[in-house]
Design a protein around this ligand. Structure first.
Ligand SMILES: *Cc1c(COP(=O)(O)O)cnc(C)c1O
Length: 243
């Protein structure tokens, strides 16, 4: 293994332990939590090293980068599972839909409608998570759900989104604010779970199983609050990363 391979292996061992401990504290099973290696900005070599360590879920945040790296990676390794986790500009909806991967970052009704149209053209439903802004930070993308009024608005927007026939909703995603202590992000993760419970009640025929939340700084807390997908970049790829 090259240098970055041994770094990733050591980081992964630590992350696995942290995930296991968070699962144990919250009475969950390890299999309930997927670890997505966030490979944005990482080279094909680093990605191959991560796959060689046994990772197989990869998250990218720009479609151009995903399209460029994907064939190079898949030439060399058993096909990993790719995820689109970054903001999708409307004009790129066609390319994102054509990638045939789970899109974590559907942050507006408009984008949902665009992806649905692309799904219709492709003859294949687009798998999505709806990105929700639970923290109320103005800088955060997502459907706003920080106040009771916003949650009411969200639910009425969802009346339209769940009815789109070429969209396969699988759950929700959020980004927590950057805070000095990850414990401060806990209410955001709990908030997403509560929104999920409301969605489940209102739309019982849609799947809401996936909760994509938690990054390098706070994935342990996110798991305690019910994350089924954590998206980890720096803690996995960087030699010394102290959250
Ligand atoms: C970059 C990114 C991550 C990973 O962040 P780290 O702090 O490096 O773990 C997770 N989710 C999204 C949407 C990102 O853009």
């Amino acid at each position: 293994m090259d240098a970055s391979g041994s770094t990733i292996a050591a980081n992964l061992a630590r992350i696995e332990l942290t995930i296991l401990e968070a699962c144990r504290r919250s009475g969950r099973r390890r299999e309930e939590v997927q670890l997505i290696a966030v490979s944005k900005g990482r080279s094909v070599e680093e990605i191959l090293a991560a796959l060689a360590c046994g990772l197989h879920q990869l998250g990218e945040n720009r479609i151009e980068e995903l399209e460029a790296k994907r064939p190079l990676v898949e030439q060399c390794a058993a096909a990993p599972v790719w995820h689109m986790i970054g903001h999708v500009q409307s004009r790129k909806a066609a390319r994102v839909a054509a990638a045939g991967i789970l899109v974590h970052s559907v942050d507006s009704v408009r984008l949902a409608e665009r992806l649905d149209r692309q799904g219709a053209e492709l003859g294949q439903a687009v798998r999505v998570l709806l990105q929700v802004n639970v923290s109320g930070e103005a800088s955060k993308q997502g459907l706003d759900a920080a106040t009771p009024a916003e949650i009411q608005q969200l639910l009425s927007d969802l009346d339209r989104v769940v009815a789109l026939p070429h969209l396969q909703i699988e759950g929700l995603m959020t980004m927590a604010p950057q805070v000095p202590d990850p414990e401060l992000a806990r209410p955001v993760f709990a908030g997403l779970r509560e929104v999920r419970d409301l969605c489940q009640e209102r739309y019982p025929h849609t799947r809401w199983d996936t909760l994509s939340m938690g990054m390098s700084a706070d994935y342990a807390i996110a798991i305690e609050e019910g994350a089924t997908c954590v998206r980890v970049g720096r803690a996995l790829f960087e030699p010394i990363w102290e959250g």
